[in-house]
Design a protein around this ligand. Structure first.
Ligand code: PLP
Length: 396
């Protein structure tokens, strides 16, 4: 856990990624920070102990390794402070616990990451907190959903699996007029392509599991708040006892150093594959904000500097009664694309999207929805893999 750094930000995004968060000469010139394994921190005397008169007091309250990562995230997000938590899901749930109390009402986008909906419908409901789900395309009309007790608006853009872009500045303006805190899950774009706090968001959330870690081997989340909301987040973190492990923090910081080049590659390959998919007769629709045909494209272009490497498409079929077997034929034929959920690593992934939990949005009628994460493989190999899968699906 750490407050904001004093570094000016004159550098480009990749230079910033290389340097952020840690000065090698703070630790004998070693270019990477030490991985500090600790629970106990010793004090030199009783008075220092009594007054907590030193920088580190207990490892849940910060270590040099956690600080190096938090400082780096603060710089990227333009945040007053960041906390580390054990997963991306925990980053959303802990942000909600930090700002919501019994009797409050929250507005959560209907295209939210599915496990967040489960948290809202089970634990928040148990704690007497009501949640309404809103259409991601709502923009300033979200005002009609506000109640006197609406305390939090949660955004995620693009939405999970269906990639709707939200008008974040318009929503934030309404929320602030009503005194509500605005949280955003910005995992797809990362702060390289969208800086939530610059667009009116108060609390920016990332599953560092995905692009920051980048190798499908770490679970971690970050929650970054602006000046106004940092103290409350820090207090909640202290009360809950959340901490990221030093080894994972080290690996996420290591991943951040190369995140820019990895994202550039993910983006270039995904844009090429999105265009290729859009030209196919056996694809009914491609859901990716970079495409001009996509409804949220205008806002994406206005607000975002780039795109993540996850998209969905609707596999066209006449068999309205059996989307599943068509999708499974397609998926089972893939060999380079692994069948797996957690994206952001180096390998391409695919799955059939389940939209049965949506309250506002209707699933596509033209066929099953397939989500792809485009990895770092050679694009010709990926296209050949997809070609084989389309051919197999055509037989279903
Ligand atoms: C948009 C988004 N947010 C949060 C998460 C949760 O991250 P984690 O797997 O670290 O819990 C995911 C996971 O897929 C995600 O896609």
């Amino acid at each position: 856990m750490s407050g904001g750094s004093d570094h000016p930000k004159p550098f480009g995004p990749n230079t910033q990624l290389v340097r952020a968060g840690y000065d090698p000469f703070d630790y004998h010139g070693f270019i990477n920070p030490p991985t500090v394994h600790a629970s106990t921190v010793l004090f030199p005397d009783a008075q220092t102990m009594e007054q907590h008169g030193q920088k580190y007091t207990y490892a849940t309250r910060g270590t040099p390794t956690a600080d190096a990562l938090c400082n780096a995230i603060n710089e990227l997000e333009g945040a007053a402070g960041t906390i580390l938590v054990p997963s991306g899901l925990a980053a959303v749930t802990i942000a909600f616990l930090a700002y919501l109390s019994r009797g409050d009402h929250a507005l959560v986008v209907d295209s939210v990451y599915g496990n967040v909906r489960h948290f809202c419908d089970t634990m928040l409901a148990r704690f007497g907190i009501e949640v309404d789900y809103y259409d991601p395309a709502i923009g300033p009309d979200i005002e009609a959903l506000f109640r006197a007790n609406t305390k939090l608006v949660h955004t995620e853009a693009p939405g999970s699996n269906t990639f709707e872009i939200q008008d974040i500045p318009a929503i934030a303006e309404v929320a602030h007029r009503h005194g509500a805190v605005v949280t955003m899950d910005n995992t797809w774009a990362t702060p390289l392509f969208f800086k939530p706090l610059d667009f009116g968001v108060d609390v920016s959330i990332q599953a560092s599991t995905k692009y920051p870690a980048g190798h499908a081997d770490i679970l971690m989340g970050t929650i970054s708040a602006n000046d106004k909301h940092w103290r409350q987040l820090k207090r909640a973190n202290g009360a809950l006892g959340m901490a990221g492990s030093p080894d994972d923090a080290y690996q996420v910081l290591r991943g951040l150093r190369t995140m820019g080049v990895r994202l550039a590659r993910h983006q270039a390959s995904t844009v090429a594959i999105a265009n290729w998919l859009e030209g196919r007769a056996d694809v009914a629709r491609v859901l990716y904000p970079v495409l001009e045909s996509f409804p949220g494209h205008g806002i994406w272009k206005r607000d975002f500097k780039g795109a993540g490497g996850v998209l969905s498409f609707v596999l066209a079929t006449d068999r309205k009664d059996d989307f599943k077997s068509k999708a499974q034929r397609f998926l089972d034929e893939l060999s380079l694309f692994g069948l797996g959920y957690s994206w952001g690593g180096y390998q391409s992934l695919a799955l059939q999207v389940d939209l049965s939990d949506r309250r506002v949005l209707q699933p596509p009628e033209e066929g099953p929805l397939i989500r792809l994460q485009i990895g770092l493989e050679d694009i010709d190999d990926l296209v050949a893999d997809l070609e084989r899968a389309f051919a197999a699906a055509a037989l279903a």
